[in-house]
Design a protein around this ligand. Structure first.
Ligand code: PEP
Ligand code: MN
Length: 263
C-alpha cells in the first residue's frame, strides 16, 4: 500500500484545512519537550508568527538516559492542546507505546512515531488500526527500504494517512548530531505516494546549521518541515543546542518563504 505502483498519484494527508503533500510547504514548529503551560503558549505564539501551521512538542520523551527528563505526560498534552487551540494551530506529538496510544490520540491531531520506534511493529500496527495522521520518522540507522516497510505495517492495517519524516541518520561524522540525508526526499517521492517532510533540527543537532538545511529542504521538493524552537534555548529541558530562538526562527522562515516562492 505504500508503493507508487499501488497508488500512482500523490496522497494528501489532511488535518481539517491543513494539507500535507499538496502545493503548500507546511511548517511544524515547537519545543522538543513541553515544559509548562507558559512555555508551550510562548512557543505557539512564536511558531504562529513565523507562519507554522502545526505546533510540535513532546509529552512522552524517548531520552537516551532513564535519568533524564521523560516528559510531562498527560499534563503536557493538556497544555499543548490548549496552546494549539489558542493560536489556531494543529498539534503533533509523539506516542512511545501502545499503552498510551488512545490517550495521545485523544489530544493530538497528528501522531509522531519517533526514530527509535520506527521498527516497533506492534505499535505501528496499532496506529494502523486508527485513522489518525501519523508522521513516521526515519530510524536512527534506518535504510529507505526498512522505512518503507515500516510504513507498510501502518498502511496494511488500513491507515493511509502517513507522512515520512527524514530526521538524519547515524554516520561516522561527529560534527553534526546526525547526517541529514536530503536525498531521501526525491527517493521517497519516487518510491511512495505518501508525503515526506524534513526535520533539520534532529538532522544536524546544532542550531546554526538548521536555517540553511531548512531552505535546502524546500529545494528538495519536500512537503514541509518540522523544527524545534524555544523561547530560551539555553534553559530548555531537552535539545536546547538545536532549538532556535525567536529571531533566528523568524529570519529562517523569511528565507524559507523566499525559496518556496522560487520553486
Ligand atoms: C523529537 O522529535 O523530539 C525526537 C525525539 O525525535 P527523533 O525521534 O527523530 O529522535
Ligand atoms: Mn528533540
Amino acid at each position: 500500500y505504500t508503493s507508487r505502483e499501488f497508488h500512482p498519484s500523490d496522497t494528501l494527508v489532511k488535518v481539517d484545512d491543513v494539507v500535507i503533500g499538496g502545493n503548500d510547504f507546511i511548517t511544524m514548529a515547537g519545543p522538543c519537550s513541553i515544559e509548562s503551560l507558559d512555555q508551550i503558549m510562548e512557543c505557539a505564539r512564536i511558531a504562529k508568527a513565523g507562519g507554522a501551521k502545526i505546533l510540535r512538542g513532546g509529552a512522552f520523551k524517548p531520552r537516551t538516559s532513564p535519568y533524564a527528563f521523560q516528559g510531562l505526560g498527560e499534563e503536557g498534552l493538556k497544555y499543548m492542546r490548549q496552546a494549539s487551540d489558542a493560536y489556531g494551530l494543529k498539534m503533533i506529538t509523539e506516542v512511545m507505546d501502545e499503552a498510551n496510544l488512545e490517550l495521545v490520540c485523544h489530544y493530538t491531531d497528528i501522531i509522531q512515531i519517533g526514530a527509535r520506534n520506527m521498527q516497533n511493529f506492534r505499535l505501528l500496527e496499532a496506529i494502523g488500526k486508527t485513522q489518525k495522521p501519523v508522521a513516521l520518522k526515519r530510524g536512527i540507522s534506518g535504510t529507505i527500504d526498512e522505512w518503507l516497510h515500516a510504513a507498510e505495517y501502518i498502511a496494511s492495517q488500513g491507515n493511509l494517512n502517513i507522512i515520512f519524516v527524514e530526521r538524519g541518520i547515524r554516520t561516522y561524522e561527529t560534527a553534526t548530531r546526525n547526517t541529514l540525508d536530503l536525498s531521501a526526499v526525491p527517493i521517497i517521492q519516487k518510491l511512495s505516494h505518501f508525503p515526506i517532510i524534513v526535520d533539520p533540527s534532529h538532522g544536524v543537532g546544532v542550531w546554526e546549521y538548521i536555517p540553511p538545511m531548512a531552505v535546502a529542504s524546500v529545494a528538495t521538493g519536500a512537503s514541509g518541515m518540522i523544527v524545534e524552537i524555544h523561547p530560551t534555548p539555553e534553559q530548555a529541558w531537552s535539545d536546547g543546542p538545536q532549538s532556535l530562538k525567536e529571531d533566528t526562527y523568524l529570519k529562517m522562515m523569511r528565507q524559507v518563504d523566499v525559496m518556496v516562492e522560487a520553486m
